[in-house]
Design a protein around this ligand. Structure first.
Ligand code: AMP
Length: 270
């Protein structure tokens, strides 16, 4: 694996490469990231993984500060996977080649995490636009765990570039909690409870088949979870996977949740 520390090294290594598969990450790698890399390596072409903790997508400075970082462990994982290139840019590599740009979400996109993390997706789209311009990938691999991110990035990138954004299934812990770098911040008890919440919602989603008045059932479920696990739920909503509009049936729909357990914010979908 070759490490590309800046754009000069990247341009030297990638100029002339026409079939680049790209896996963007913020490090703190786990099996979820590894599944994206495996999927990328199963396609023809070379695999470029990036590790860049993008400050512009953190709406909360404290969250940026405490975001888990473990570059030595990440390097070990990537070397073992025989990834072709790791792009490890500095802030200036990502943000100086192109002037500041203003990215706006449509009004109907200001839902779910876009409503609760103001500026977050604008920051995500900005960095994905820049990384795509720098790396020029044919394919980008992203996780369904962050479904709204996948949805918005796919729409934005595929409109602007000749690049396909490919979704990858959510990888889960043994207790069914979706893997996430932020899980490192959970206590043992919080980790166990978050697993129970995930399992509970998976089962709940299945019970919604053939039921009517789903909104009321979801509202009740929200109250039960809040009380039982002492969590703060930002949203629990059933939405269509093709347009993210609120759904009245589970056909083509996912149940989306964001909640805080202690000070850690988790998201998932079922
Ligand atoms: P992150 O490092 O958290 O920004 O994530 C980098 C990529 O990995 C994103 O496309 C995420 O959606 C994806 N990802 C994170 N967790 C998982 C997971 N548990 N299963 C599958 N993909 C994931």
């Amino acid at each position: 694996m070759k490490i590309l520390h800046n754009n000069k090294e990247l341009n030297k290594a990638l100029t002339g490469q026409t079939n680049i598969n790209f896996v963007p990450t913020m490090g703190g790698l786990h099996q979820g990231h590894i599944s994206l890399i495996n999927k990328s390596q199963n396609k023809s072409g070379i695999t470029v993984v990036s590790i860049f903790i993008n400050p512009k997508q953190f709406n909360d400075k404290k969250d940026f500060k405490k975001y888990p970082r473990n570059i030595q462990k990440d390097l070990k994982i990537l070397k073992k996977l025989r990834v072709n290139y790791l792009y490890l840019p500095k802030y200036s590599d990502v943000y100086y080649p192109k002037q500041n740009q203003i990215i706006k979400l449509n009004k109907n996109e200001k839902i779910l995490c876009a409503k609760f993390r103001k500026g977050h997706f604008e920051g995500v789209l900005d960095v994905m636009d820049r990384l795509t311009e720098i790396i020029k990938p044919k394919k980008i691999f992203m996780g369904e765990k962050d479904f709204q991110q996948f949805y918005l990035v796919k729409k934005f990138i595929e409109k602007k570039f000749h690049t396909k954004v490919i979704d990858c299934k959510t990888i889960r812990e043994k207790n069914y909690l979706a893997m996430s770098t932020r899980n490192q911040l959970l206590s043992k008890n919080q980790f166990d409870n978050a697993g129970k919440i995930a399992l509970n919602l998976k089962k709940f989603k299945n019970t919604l088949k053939n039921k009517v008045n789903l909104q009321k059932l979801i509202l009740d479920k929200c109250k039960i979870l809040k009380k039982k696990f002492k969590i703060k739920i930002e949203y629990l909503e059933l939405r269509n996977i093709f347009n993210l509009r609120l759904s009245k049936s589970i056909k083509n729909s996912k149940l989306f949740i964001a909640y805080k357990i202690g000070t850690v914010r988790l998201i998932d979908n079922f």
